[in-house]
Design a protein around this ligand. Structure first.
Ligand code: COD
Ligand code: ATP
Length: 258
């Protein structure tokens, strides 16, 4: 039986810090790099650097667990990550990083403007996200181009956020990345939590949230790998279909299953 099966419910009792994922940090490593450290370094979802002490011996290695949180567009990742935040678990939000890397004047902004032209700019020079979204969500080639241009900036931005949390001493963090599998970031995270909703609910919530037509909503959904496939790759699935937003936020009555 998987150790995750103990996490039958998220409802207030699942504490990632209590999970057996943070197994044995090699605090007492005497040699560098110790076989144990090297073995653990390859373990997905664990991130650690050695810390050098004054006597120049590698004494302490601090491990941090990186939990992957993903799902489909509007499946409820942000809603779930807010639950983690409210429990004091830090969250790295890839959407926020992706916004940062295309701020006016940044390297990402220059690449996007060079590729898509000035027409996607607002009067203040910032990227018109709705306009760019319309272009890339209805054209797979342009979407791939945008992904290719921004991937290095987003990856670095995420990495930097992770390093900052590690420096602050976080033991467990959540990496909220909508394209976790597509960007192959799943290899760095464990366990992987997929927030799932049934297709009808997903379309309805997306239409309501973004104030878009059914066709536009379906375009956005089809721009991503099928949610049902992601579900098969998850260590844990949160079914966010039939819970009211209110209870999701306040009672945390979210069903989880493996
Ligand atoms: C296309 C853009 C301008 C639309 O901006 P907008 O503010 O309308 O949407 P936002 O950024 O909040 O994204 C909303 C959701 O769309 C989905 N999404 C975003 N980009 C993509 C993409 N390239 N492919 C598939 N789905 C995507 C994600 O589920 C995301 O959570 C923007 O999403 C973007 O720059 N995307 C490329 C960067 C990227 O890959 N972001 C995802 C982070 S992993
Ligand atoms: N359990 C729920 N019940 C009702 N509505 C919900 C529930 N969970 C989320 N929603 C609503 O669905 C919409 C999408 O949720 P959310 O923004 O959390 O999704 P997301 O996966 O983070 O989306 P994106 O991929 O675009 O970042 C929001 O309007 C949110 O308020």
């Amino acid at each position: 039986m998987s150790p995750l099966s103990s996490n039958a419910r998220l409802g207030g009792c699942w504490d990632p810090c209590q999970e057996p994922f943070l197994h044995g940090s090699p605090r007492h490593a005497q040699s560098w790099p110790s076989p144990r450290w090297r073995k653990q370094q390859r373990s997905p979802g664990e991130f650690f650097f050695p810390i050098r002490t004054r006597d120049r011996r590698w004494r302490r290695v601090r491990a941090m667990r990186i939990v992957g949180l993903t799902g489909g567009i509007a499946s409820g990742k942000t809603t779930v990550s807010n639950l983690f935040k409210s429990h004091g678990v830090p969250v790295v939000d890839a959407d926020l990083v992706a916004r940062d890397v295309v701020r006016k004047g940044t390297g990402g902004w220059k690449k996007v403007v060079a590729a898509f032209g000035d027409d996607i700019l607002l009067e203040n020079g910032e990227i018109d996200r709705a306009c760019l979204g319309q272009i890339v969500f209805s054209d797979a080639t342009k979407r791939q181009l945008l992904n290719r241009l921004l991937a290095p900036y987003i990856s670095f931005g995420i990495f930097w956020e992770v390093v900052k949390l590690w420096i602050r001493g976080s033991k467990v963090i959540i990496l909220d990345v909508p394209l976790l599998f597509e960007a192959k970031m799943d290899q760095w995270t464990a366990p992987i939590i997929v927030v799932w909703v049934d297709p009808e609910t997903q379309v309805t919530r997306l239409m309501a949230r973004d104030d878009i037509s059914q066709e536009q909503a379906k375009n956005k959904i089809h721009a991503q790998t099928a949610l049902d496939w992601k579900k098969t790759k998850a260590h844990m699935v949160i079914d966010n279909s039939d819970v009211s937003e209110c209870s999701a936020g306040q009672d945390m009555n979210i069903r989880t299953n493996l």
